[in-house]
Structure formats: C-alpha cells, structure tokens
Design a protein around this ligand. Structure first.
Ligand SMILES: Cc1cc2nc3c(=O)[nH]c(=O)nc-3n(C[C@H](O)[C@H](O)[C@H](O)COP(=O)(O)OP(=O)(O)OC[C@H]3O[C@@H](n4cnc5c(N)ncnc54)[C@H](O)[C@@H]3O)c2cc1C
Length: 295
C-alpha cells in the first residue's frame, strides 16, 4: 500500500519544530522513519504534516555529564552500537543495539524514535527500564524529566504530549561494581524478539548483590519491568538457585499475547529462559551458548 497524502516540513532547530507541531494538531514528528513510514504505508497513521527533525544537530550528541551518560534523541542505533562512551559507561545498551533490526535500519533509526515508538518487542525500552534511565523531553513550555518506568505505557503509548519531543535519555554511568546481561530469542537475527530480557545490577566489593533490576522484551502490551526480581537477589552472592527463583517471581504473572510465533505459555517460557541467561551473564554464573556454529 501507499501512504496517504501529507505535507512535509524540515525543522532546522527545536523552536521551529515546536512551532510547526503546535500549528497542526494532526502533525507528526519523523526522525529515522523506520517505524513511521511502514505505519503510514499500512495506513495505520494518517498525519496531515510530517515534521522532519533529523537535521537538528544538537540532538545527536552522546556525552558524559558527571556520572551520567546523556544520549541525544537523534543518535542512530549504529551510534549506540559503536560509540566509545556507550561501550565504556553503558555496555548493556551497546550489546542490545546489535539485536535491533538489521544494519541498514540501525544506520537510519534513531534512539529517540525507538523510545517514542515504545514497542513492547523493542530492545531499548527494556534496557532503559533495567538501567533506571530518565527520558528528557522538551516542548515550547519547557523541559521535563521522566523516569523510564513512568514514561512507557501500554500499546505504543507514552507520557509524551502533542508538541513535545524526546530530546535525550540519561543513563547512570557504570562503575567497577556494575553487572549486566542481555539475552533475546528471535527467529532470525534482526527480527523482532519473541522474548528477551535485559538485566542491570550492582555488587559490592565482596560480590554481594546490592541492586538488581530487569526489563522484559515482548512480555506484555508495553515495555515491561521485571517486578520484584530484586527480592531474590539483593543481599546475596547470587547462585543459580537465586537466579531461578528470581525468574519464577518475575515471570509468574506474565501473559504475553499468543501470536504466530507461539502460544502465550511458550512465549512466557522464552522470556523466562532469556531472563535466566541474562542473570547468569550478569552474575558470572555458568552459561550455555545454544547457538550452533556447525552442524
Ligand atoms: C524491518 C524492520 C525491523 C525492525 N526491527 C526492530 C527490532 O528488532 N527492534 C527494534 O527495537 N526496532 C526495530 N525496528 C524499528 C526501528 O528500530 C526504528 O528505527 C525505531 O523503532 C524508530 O526510530 P526512527 O528514528 O526510525 O523513528 P520514526 O519512524 O521516525 O518515528 C517513530 C515514532 O516516534 C515518533 N518520534 C520519532 N522521534 C521522536 C522524538 N525525538 N520525539 C518524539 N517523538 C518522536 C514519531 O512521530 C513516530 O510516532 C525495525 C524496523 C524495521 C523496518
């Protein structure tokens, strides 16, 4: 199918973007276009005007601000994959980026676009939930900072208002006590996940877990935090039994949708196994690599 007709305007700075959006309540932002263009072509969206923000250079920066890593909304997925500061201070994000779609899409798709799109099966929202990130948004009324947990809603909804843009995301920079793990299952590398999990944790000098959280991929109608996972991990030198109990606690109430990839039960098992593997990676427990390298 072809997209419905729309007008198109390029914003050269944030104020121009705000003015264009405020003048038309049916206007929509376009950044990398990797989610929006397919939606238009399927006629799931029919904006009157597309406001292209991809040339607002100030939104592409990735920089350290104190103990925090600030990632601009227009950083491409491929920037997250290759940026030295991301690799050093937020390696979980860099690892997750390699699972997002295919290289061609990662070269166009933007970090802010993936966050605003808020797909339950997307990697970055789950990672931001695990890391306790803050989403920075701006409109002509000023700037807001929202915890990832409060930003993402269900069925592609977020706390964004019309005329408001994601401008950056702040993630806590890791240190020697930071631990992370990421695991995902998809039919083919680059496909959307059938299930997955991102784990972020801290241990003290004795190796005892002092904080742990996780985001689950394709687990519900929106990006899904793994509630109460920490109750089985914090205060312990985490063992395989602790990880197993944490998985049971985090997945017992999940009811992912049945779809062409599997029943709800199957998909809950995939998410649980992904979470177990991510916990094993994070806490240095034995891992099994199930990927076949030869027949
Ligand atoms: C074949 C294919 C496979 C894919 N596989 C995956 C995958 O495995 N995992 C995954 O996570 N994604 C996947 N994607 C989606 C891809 O990652 C998109 O790039 C991303 O979801 C959206 O980024 P974008 O910059 O392209 O946003 P756009 O398509 O330009 O916009 C998406 C939405 O976000 C809004 N928006 C964009 N930027 C902002 C902003 N700064 N502030 C406010 N609103 C904004 C737009 O109005 C629109 O509603 C896939 C896409 C394709 C085509």
């Amino acid at each position: 199918m072809k997209p419905p007709p729309f007008d198109y305007a390029v914003a050269s700075d944030l104020n121009e973007a705000f003015a264009l959006l405020e003048a038309d309540e049916d206007a929509k932002v376009i950044a990398g276009g990797q989610s929006l263009i397919p939606l238009l072509s399927l006629r799931f969206a029919s904006p009157t005007l597309l406001v292209d923000i991809s040339r607002i250079r100030e939104l592409r920066a990735i920089r350290c601000v104190g103990e925090t890593l600030s990632i601009g909304a227009l950083a491409r997925h491929s920037d997250i994959e290759t940026d030295a500061a991301v690799a050093t201070y937020a390696p979980l994000l860099a690892a997750a980026a390699t699972w997002v779609a295919h290289p061609q899409i990662r070269n166009r798709g933007t970090f802010g676009g993936a966050i605003a799109h808020s797909d339950s099966a997307a990697e970055f929202p789950a990672v931001l939930l695990a890391m306790g990130a803050t989403i920075v948004t701006r409109s002509s009324a000023g700037e807001r900072r929202t915890a990832a947990r409060d930003f993402f809603g269900s069925h592609f909804q977020t706390s964004l208002q019309h005329g408001e843009l994601v401008t950056a995301v702040e993630v806590p920079g890791g240190d020697a006590g930071t631990r992370w793990g990421f695991s995902e299952f998809a039919r083919r590398k680059g496909d959307y996940a059938i299930g997955g999990a991102a784990v972020h944790a801290r241990v003290d000098a004795s190796g005892t877990c002092v904080a742990a959280s996780a985001g689950l991929i394709a687990a519900g109608p929106g990006p899904t935090p793994a509630d109460d996972l920490d109750l089985e991990l914090v205060g312990r030198r985490v063992t395989e039994d602790d990880a197993r109990r944490a998985v049971d606690r985090a997945t017992q109430g999940l009811t992912p949708e049945s779809n062409v990839h599997g029943s709800s039960e199957f998909r809950r098992a995939v998410i649980g196994e992904s979470l177990r593997r991510a916990l094993h990676q994070a806490f240095g427990l034995p891992t099994v690599d199930f990927r076949r390298t030869s027949a």
